[in-house]
Design a protein. Structure first.
Length: 693
């Protein structure tokens, strides 16, 4: 149905085609960097996939293409799309797979691969492990304690805040005092202490041979500071292509610039109206400044035709973004006319909202739309709680993205920590976690042991020679044997993880009452492992871009079923569904009351609503509960708040919407209690979710 259907270039409009063919064929003389800046649903990602396919068809070596996307899922989707186009146009037999894209992924994951490969040349030990946010926070807390800040300074910022400040400084390349004044004014008094803390934190990471997320970009950028290495990398890749460029940060643009100073072979696509990650240090300046950043000016292509949404959906979305303070010069049009306007639903509270969505989702399914073609979007992971219960109660299967993550489950963390500890014996966060799983080993013993751990080669010996407390002798021997086997070269991946599982299951039984439920995740982790080439890739990819739901990308059986997507707006970026239901479109949620600080913050919330609305192809429902819980920061405690419709939809815009008030005419939903009990499977899933910490 879409241009991927037959994969031919003649499905592209002239502007898309220009972007796809830029710098090739008759235009080979024009090697300017390319910027495609265009509104939602105009085919940017599609164009990028076509460009990749076109380059390969023209003889480019897939090994020499670097494709940077926002998530691993997006990278896989791009690979699939480009592969589909190639398959058709190269006339490959159905049985032959199209060439893959070995260097596609997020900035962080490509960075970690390059760092590992070049580590000997930049003084990095190649057995480094990567800390996720949780580990990084814990290490920050530990360092803080070690240098005596925890005791002496009662109101010193929490470890999470400290990490936030540190991360912001690294990603924006701004000085600490500036970040403090601008974003964390209440921490400005601690500038000296923070500087000391961050110094010690960096030191600790180096001693333990661990990198946090930010280091992956930071070290990559530093590596590019070596002229010889920068040249080598620039020559190694003929093309660097980036999707969603509006959400990159300063470090990322520096890296891009360093790989390709002339801009030859650089393609970026994005939409300034969809920039929604400035809270993480991304800056829309990257895309705005792109045209003049290289040694030659960029070619700019804009796309104005929207292929995703119907005209009424587009009208409503355009009204919201049209009122933005910053002008986003976009003139989107579509030829998909429809009579159905976007709907604005007023409901009394969250319970009715949940009921309405469940009703509507089922009604759409009756009308022939699968659950998978619909999505429910919300500002924050916790906002879907009432809906999740309602869906479970009615046995409507769903998968949630962007909320609690599979890898945050304590038992999944335990398993991964064992692998990490084997890979890098100096990593103390993993070490602590693992050693204390052993019955009879407490914090003091674990500390003593970790202090004695040296390099990988000696680690096995250190553990073997250690005399455990008497009550831990047998458990200790089992663990030391496991550790030695994991260090040995003879165990192949993913058999490593099976060994870990066999060792871990008895600990799980001992530690958790709900071990049966947790076991499901453990088994799922083992299944997931089979999809990765080696232990290192598994650990890295999972840490950088974890599966966002228990069933995400893992080939578990129930993925074959039809299921509804629940997602935060941030995680829905770049995607589309036939019907989209947006929860809590009220002031205090969108814009979030956490963000109501500056005018810039508010504008980012407006763009967030725009991103949510532009995910819809045909049906768009914005739901406005009149009453909902928010955590009042100032007053303290939870309070019922009477919420009004979001300020981003003004009176003047209401004509773009069909307004529906509660109870809707077709509402025939019986109240709670009249519904059948959830099936066992749903209960297990609900409990498994509750097990995540
Ligand atoms: P976003 O800003 O949300 O990331 P986008 O600009 O990347 O959107 P795509 O996701 O690439 O847009 O495309 C939106 C939809 O339009 C997809 O379903 C895609 O297949 C379709 N599409 C894009 N270009 C064409 C075309 N030339 N003909 C038909 N359909 C198209
Ligand atoms: Mg896109």
């Amino acid at each position: 149905r879409h241009c991927f259907g037959n994969g031919a270039l003649n499905d592209l409009n002239p502007e898309q085609l220009a972007a796809v063919q830029h710098g090739t064929g008759e235009e080979a003389h024009d090697q300017r960097p390319l910027l495609v800046i265009a509104g939602a649903g105009s085919g940017k990602t599609n164009t990028l996939a076509h460009r990749v396919a076109h380059l390969i068809r023209q003889g480019a070596d897939p090994q020499r293409l670097m494709l940077l996307t926002f998530s691993r899922r997006a990278a896989q989707e791009m690979e699939r799309r480009a592969g589909g186009v190639l398959h058709k146009t190269l006339g490959l037999p159905a049985t032959q797979a199209p060439p893959g894209l070995p260097w596609s992924g997020t900035f962080h994951s490509i960075g970690s691969r390059l760092l590992r490969e070049y580590s000997p040349r930049i003084g990095l030990d190649d057995s480094f492990t990567i800390h996720d946010r949780g580990d990084a926070e814990d290490l920050m807390g530990m360092v803080r304690h070690d240098i005596g800040l925890a005791e002496s300074k009662k109101r010193f910022p929490l470890k999470g805040t400290c990490l936030g400040i540190y991360s912001r400084v690294v990603n924006t390349c701004e000085p600490l005092d500036q970040v403090l004044d601008g974003i964390y004014p209440w921490c400005a008094q601690w500038e000296d202490e923070l500087r000391r803390l961050f110094g010690a934190y960096v030191e600790a990471k180096q001693q333990q041979n661990v990198l946090d997320y930010d280091d992956l970009l930071l070290f990559w950028a530093e590596m590019m500071g070596e002229p010889a290495l920068a040249r080598e990398l620039g020559e190694r890749f003929d093309h660097v292509l980036v999707d969603e460029y509006q959400d990159t940060n300063r470090l990322q643009s520096q890296i891009l610039l360093a790989i390709k100073p002339t801009g030859q072979g650089v393609t970026v696509v994005g939409d300034d109206a969809q920039s929604i990650y400035s809270f993480r240090g991304a800056t829309v300046r990257n895309i705005l400044d792109f045209p003049g950043q290289f040694s030659q000016p960029a070619r700019i292509v804009t796309l104005e035709r929207n292929y995703r949404s119907t005209q009424p959906v587009l009208d409503a979305s355009n009204a919201v973004i049209g009122a933005a303070r910053e002008r986003h010069a976009k003139n989107l049009w579509t030829d998909k006319s429809a009579s159905q306007r976007a709907q604005l639903l007023l409901v009394p509270g969250e319970a009715e909202q949940a009921r309405w969505v469940a009703d509507e989702v089922l009604r759409q399914r009756e009308a022939g739309s699968t659950l998978k073609s619909q999505a429910v979007l919300f500002r924050t992971g916790s906002h879907s709680a009432a809906l999740e219960l309602e869906l479970a109660r009615r046995d409507i299967p769903f998968v949630k993205f962007g909320g609690l993550k599979f890898l945050e489950a304590a038992h999944v963390k335990d398993m991964l920590a064992v692998l990490r500890f084997a890979q890098n014996p100096r990593g103390r966060m993993a070490g602590f976690r693992v050693l204390q799983l052993i019955a009879g080993i407490g914090q003091a013993t674990a500390t003593r042991l970790l202090d004695a751990m040296g390099e990988a080669a000696e680690a096995v010996e250190t553990l073997a020679q250690f005399t455990p407390p008497a009550q831990a002798r047998q458990e200790w021997e089992q663990f030391a044997t496991l550790y030695a086997r994991l260090q040995g070269a003879q165990v192949a991946w993913p058999a490593d993880l099976e060994l870990v599982r066999d060792w871990y299951l008895p600990q799980l039984e001992r530690l958790h009452d709900d071990a049966q439920v947790r076991k499901l995740d453990v088994e799922q982790l083992v299944r997931l492992a089979a999809g990765y080439a080696c232990r290192e890739r598994f650990l890295t990819e999972l840490t950088l871009d974890p599966p966002q739901a228990t069933s995400d990308e893992s080939g578990v059986p129930h993925l074959d079923e039809d299921y509804l997507i629940l997602s935060t707006i941030h995680s829905a970026k770049g995607q589309e569904w036939k019907a989209v239901h947006v929860l809590n479109v009220v002031d205090g949620c969108i814009p979030s009351d956490m963000a109501t600080g500056s005018a810039e913050d508010i504008e980012e919330e407006r763009r967030l609503l725009y991103v949510a609305m532009t995910r819809a192809r045909e049906r768009l429902h914005l739901i406005v509960p009149q009453r909902f819980y928010v955590t009042q920061q100032a007053g303290g405690g939870d309070r019922h708040l009477y919420a009004g419709r979001t300020r981003f939809i003004t009176e003047a815009m209401l004509e773009k919407f069909e307004q529906i008030t509660w109870p809707p005419a077709h509402s025939a939903s019986p109240g709670p209690g009249a519904q059948p009990q959830p099936q066992p499977l749903m209960q297990v899933r609900a409990r498994a979710r509750a097990a995540w910490r």
